[in-house]
Design a protein around this ligand. Structure first.
Ligand code: ZN
Length: 255
């Protein structure tokens, strides 16, 4: 049974809406979210509400920052975390659905594993915070960098991540392959291990403004890109003084 893998929605309801429609149109019933429901964007409550329908939702660094503290965040992200917390944190007199959403956010799991496939927001070494970047794959001597080697030793077969908003495959030989370099599809031959970055629904950073997610078929992964009304999301961010306009501008560039 195929599983739709979504990540880094970042309170972008326009992007999530078209992605959920695309998932439904393919008849895919199971959705795993690899974290960062919130942060940067204007619709945090709606996204948390949607997540209650998904089979698995993991904790991202922005989700964690909202319920705890924004540690190691740049000013744009930090400001969004503070605003998001104001929107979501219930008071004594808050209604039941607000309290329910907060509880959901506080109880997100860090990792999930099925049949040798590990799912995590950042990395197996530090589930919410550590980035596995395409630049980490480069070693000037042509070997496999220690970081990549160590991360590969911490999962059985496949490791699905989000966090960098930069979709692609990392091989055991430390090669990074972007979806457009492999026809948006990668087969998993037996006996080989891979790290798979599924990209970002709500704030792509690979130069493509379209929303990105992936479908896992057990023996392969396929990435999908879906157009959404990013100008609407941008305008909402511009209309919210507590959110930095730069979080909106970048949506028009996919950076
Ligand atoms: Zn993110």
């Amino acid at each position: 049974m195929p599983i739709a893998l979504i990540s880094d929605i970042h309170s972008n309801i326009e992007a999530l809406g078209v992605v959920l429609k695309d998932i439904e149109a393919q008849g895919i019933k199971e959705i795993y979210c690899l974290g960062d429901l919130v942060g940067y964007g204007p619709n945090p409550a709606e996204i948390v509400e949607h997540s209650m329908e998904w089979k698995i939702t993991l904790m991202g660094n922005h989700d964690e920052a909202v319920i705890k503290e924004a540690y190691g965040f740049n000013p744009v992200a930090k400001q969004a975390v503070a605003w998001t917390r104001d929107q979501l944190r219930p008071g004594f007199l808050s209604g039941r659905s607000k309290k329910e959403r907060w509880k959901v956010l506080c109880n997100l799991a860090l990792t999930h594993t099925i049949d040798g496939a590990l799912f995590v927001h950042g990395s197996p070494r530090d589930p919410t915070m550590e980035y596995i970047l395409r630049s980490d794959c480069i070693d000037l001597t042509g070997g496999v960098p220690d970081k990549i080697r160590d991360i590969f030793s911490r999962f059985e077969r496949l490791c699905f991540v989000g966090h960098t908003h930069d979709p692609g495959i990392i091989t055991e030989e430390s090669q990074f392959i972007a979806p457009k370099e492999c026809h948006e599809r990668w087969d998993f031959p037996a006996g080989k291990k891979f790290i798979v970055n599924i990209g970002s629904v709500g704030q792509p950073r690979d130069g493509d403004v379209r929303s990105c997610y992936a479908v896992y078929y057990g023996d392969r992964v396929e990435w999908r890109r879906v157009e959404y009304e990013y100008k609407t999301t941008m305008q909402k961010i511009f209309n919210t003084p507590q959110l930095d306009p730069r979080a909106g501008e970048r949506l028009a560039h996919g950076r």
